[in-house]
Structure formats: structure tokens, C-alpha cells
Design a protein around this ligand. Sequence first.
Ligand SMILES: Nc1ncnc2c1ncn2[C@@H]1O[C@H](COP(=O)(O)OP(=O)(O)OP(=O)(O)O)[C@@H](O)[C@H]1O
Length: 302
Amino acid sequence: MESPAVEIVDLVKRYGGTTAIDGLTFNAARGAVTAVLGPNGAGKTSTLEICEGFRRADGGEVKVLGLDPSRPELRARVGVMLQAGGVPPATRCGQWLRLMARFHAHPLDPAALLERLGLTEHARTPYRRLSGGQQQRVSLAGAVIGRPELVFLDEPTAGLDPQARHACWELVRDLRANGVSVVLTTHHMDEAEKLSDQIVIIDRGRVVAEGTPSSLTGAERQLRFRARPGLCLDELLAALPAGSSAKESPAGHYIIEGQVAPGLLATVTTWCAAEGVSTEDLSIERRTLEDVFLELTGRELR
Ligand SMILES: Nc1ncnc2c1ncn2[C@@H]1O[C@H](COP(=O)(O)OP(=O)(O)OP(=O)(O)O)[C@@H](O)[C@H]1O
């Protein structure tokens, strides 16, 4: 049987006294997009860097395309986009991409890739003079130029404008359509929900949840609205069907869960009207991935 694209078992990584990865275990399937999510400092970049062969683990086992990440033959089969560029500052991006293409047996056409990522007019600009978002796109181009079997993308859309973000998503979808395995990190929950087949949420170096986007968000719907902070939720709950729950999170944002039946909306609006409470953005929707993420990883800053 073919091995997963990435197999991680009981991974441990320490930096001095800090345990950045603390017994991490998950697989990324072949031909799928796997998003690794987690708060700042959760251990995402460390994990990717170990998979990419740039860092050594202190414990556990990692296999990439069935091989130890240090194996040199992986360089031709795996594309890597680092968080911090990895492109020589004085090099013109077109020249750099053509050079990268020469290292591969069947590369993509550098000019077509530059065009696709909106970089054609910057092809002669030294990397250091490009904007942050343009530099990101050059790094992304470098990760895919060699038609890899597996691509690691560390926050590929951080700092990109909406147009470039969409171009990046299209590129990821094309990679997947061509059977390429993609492992990416992102802080954009909407992006993870739209792009990925599998999501792994990590916190403090451990997996706290994994599954498809819909298995994580669940089928249950919620009623949400905004109103002035500090409504008396006990009174509201008394008007709702038994088994309902109501919470205010964050201040002024209300979420009602339970049997979201047709009459619920009427009950809530009637209660609000009787209390002289004006509501905004009243909607019935499924939990978002961001809700799940915040529930699992908390709201305190890291
Ligand atoms: N080279 C290093 N030396 C010391 N500590 C490090 C080093 N690299 C990472 N760390 C620490 O390891 C932990 C995990 O860092 P890592 O960069 O893997 O997190 P991350 O999930 O990618 O975070 P972010 O979302 O902010 O990019 C953090 O506490 C960080 O401070």
C-alpha cells in the first residue's frame, strides 16, 4: 500500500527549555490538501521544517513520501515555500525562477508561472525591492516550479491582497487536481475551510482536533445576533425551548444553540422587542471553523 504523503508519529522538538512539539501525531494523505492550523507558537513551522529536512526532531518519527526527511532524493520530489522567502535578495525573480527550473527534470514554464502569479512586470526586479506580497508569490512559484509530488506551503497567503490570495487558491486547487499532495499552514480559517480536504488543529505542540472541514464544524446550526453587551441570558433562555443554550462571546455577540426550529427566530426577536433590545446581523448558520478553533484553543493571546 502507498504510504501517506506525510506520516508523523509522537514527534517531539525542543528549543533549549521550550518544548515546541510535544508528541504530535498525524498523517497527511496523498493527493489531498491538508491544512495545519494553530495559534502563534503552536509548533506549525517547526513541524513543517522537520518534514522539509531543515530541522532535526528530538523524538518520534517522521516519514515524507515514505522516506526519512533527510533523504536527498526528496529534494526533487518535494516543493517548499518557507515563511521567510529563501530567495537571494539581489537576484531578479525571473532569473531565480529560471535557475530553479534548471534543477528539475520536467519543470513548469517559468514565464507562464510568473504570468499566472501576476509577476511578469516584476521579473527583472531584484527580490529585495519587491513588496512583501510579491516576495511571497515568488517563493510560492519556487515551491511549485519543479512539478513536485508534495508541496509544503508555510502561510502562503500571509500578506497577499485579495487578488493574489485567489490566484494562490487557484494554484493550490490545480496542484490537487493534478494529484499533488499539499500541506499548508494558515491563520485564515475561511481559507482552510475552502481549500482543504483535511484539517489538523494543533496547540502547544499537540493535535487537539482533526478531520474534514465539515466533520469539525458539524451539521448543527446556530442562531447568531449582535446586540448591546450584557443581555440577561437567563431570561432569554427561559423563553426558549428546553435544551437550548445561549452565550455571549465576545461581548455583544450572541450565539444560541439547540433545536434551531422555525419558531426560534420569532421567539428571540419577540423577546428582544419586549426588552427594547435592537439586534443586528441576525442569522441562522452552521458553526464556522473559526468558532471551533477558538473553542479548542481559547481566546487568550499567545
Ligand atoms: N529557533 C528557535 N529557537 C528557539 N525557540 C524557537 C525557535 N523556533 C521556534 N521556537 C519556539 O517554538 C515554539 C513553536 O514555534 P513555531 O514557529 O513552530 O510556531 P508556529 O505555530 O509556526 O507559530 P506562528 O503561527 O507564529 O508562525 C514557539 O514557542 C517558538 O518561540
